[in-house]
Every structure is written in structure tokens, then in C-alpha cells.
Design a protein around this ligand. Structure first.
Ligand SMILES: Nc1ncnc2c1ncn2[C@@H]1O[C@H](COP(=O)(O)OP(=O)(O)OP(=O)(O)O)[C@@H](O)[C@H]1O
Ligand SMILES: [Mg+2]
Length: 155
């Protein structure tokens, strides 16, 4: 099973559009590494409540060497962490409670894009027009048939 996912993965990747089904933490780690390998300015996450956006964000942070506990910024809207051995920041934003794009802009992230910081945004599909301006990797997570299954689409 894992072998067939990898083969599909390699083909889809080369077309720059990628759909895969994951079932395990091991596959989530691989996904986090693959996303970082694309070097996006913004990682825009979408998917329903409980899809796994924060879980994936935590794994991305871990891959960057961040050891702090990543907490969901649903109420504070934004949290940031220093990426070890670099002068870059890992910035985690949650748009769930935002009603207008202005609320996102008011966080001042535009200044921090293009500084090689890594910005992960949950519920990014609320403001799709904003992300078009930047080098963005879109990751949509859908719930699957069992509690650990997730379908991931990356564009
Ligand atoms: N393959 C998987 N990938 C990600 N999470 C998974 C997977 N399988 C099970 N889960 C579980 O699903 C839950 C996802 O919760 P999480 O808080 O990450 O979702 P979320 O998309 O951030 O939700 P919200 O919209 O409330 O912010 C976690 O309990 C996680 O352990
Ligand atoms: Mg979340």
C-alpha cells in the first residue's frame, strides 16, 4: 500500500498537482517534509473542522526543528516561533474567526512575507484572493472513510 502511494506521489508531483490519501503519522511526516521542500512563502491550509490543519502545522514546525508546543491560534489569530539556527520565523495564523481580509492584513504579515519566513495559514480558503500575490502552496485536507484517513490535495 505504502509503495503504491509513493509511486503515485512521484508522478503527481512532477505534474505539480498532487492528490494522496494518508493514514498514518509516518505519512503525515512525509507530507510535511514534501511541503517544506517546495519552499513556499505561504502554506495555505484548508479543510473542515478537525481535518488536521493544526496537526499538519505542528509536524511542519517539528521538521523545522521547533521544539515549542505549537498551539492553535484560533483565538489569538497569530503565533510566531523562531526557527532554530536561522533568523527566520515560523508564523502560524488561523483565519477561522476572521470575517474580513482586513483582519488578516492588520496582523502585518505582508511585511514579513518575502523575508524567507515560513507562514502557515489555517482556513486560508476564506481569503483566496490574498494568496494569489505570493508564492503559495495550497493544501486542502478532506476527511476520509475512517478516523485516520485524510485525502490531501496540494497545488
Ligand atoms: N491522517 C491524519 N492527519 C491529520 N490529523 C489526523 C489524521 N488522522 C487523525 N487525525 C486527528 O484528527 C484531528 C485533527 O485535528 P486538528 O485540530 O489538527 O484539525 P484542524 O483542521 O486544525 O481543525 P480546526 O478547523 O478546528 O482548526 C486530530 O485529533 C488528529 O490526531
Ligand atoms: Mg486548527
Amino acid at each position: 500500500m505504502a509503495g503504491s502511494i509513493s509511486a503515485w506521489h512521484a508522478i503527481a508531483w512532477s505534474f505539480n498537482c498532487h492528490t494522496m490519501v494518508i493514514h498514518s503519522h509516518k505519512e503525515l511526516i512525509k507530507l510535511a517534509k514534501d511541503i517544506l521542500g517546495l519552499h513556499p512563502e505561504i502554506i495555505a491550509l484548508s479543510g473542515p473542522l478537525g481535518a488536521g490543519k493544526t496537526t499538519l502545522t505542528k509536524e511542519i514546525a517539528k521538521q523545522l526543528g521547533i521544539t515549542e508546543n505549537i498551539i492553535s491560534p484560533t483565538y489569538v489569530l497569530e503565533t510566531e516561533y523562531k526557527i532554530p539556527d536561522s533568523d527566520k520565523l515560523f508564523i502560524h495564523i488561523d483565519c477561522y474567526r476572521m470575517e474580513t481580509l482586513n483582519e488578516l492584513i492588520r496582523l502585518g504579515i505582508e511585511k514579513r512575507i518575502n523575508q524567507n519566513n515560513i507562514i502557515v495559514i489555517e482556513w486560508a480558503d476564506k481569503f483566496p484572493e490574498f494568496f494569489k500575490k505570493y508564492s503559495t502552496t495550497y493544501v486542502n485536507i478532506s476527511l476520509g472513510g475512517d478516523e485516520n484517513e485524510r485525502t490531501i490535495e496540494i497545488v
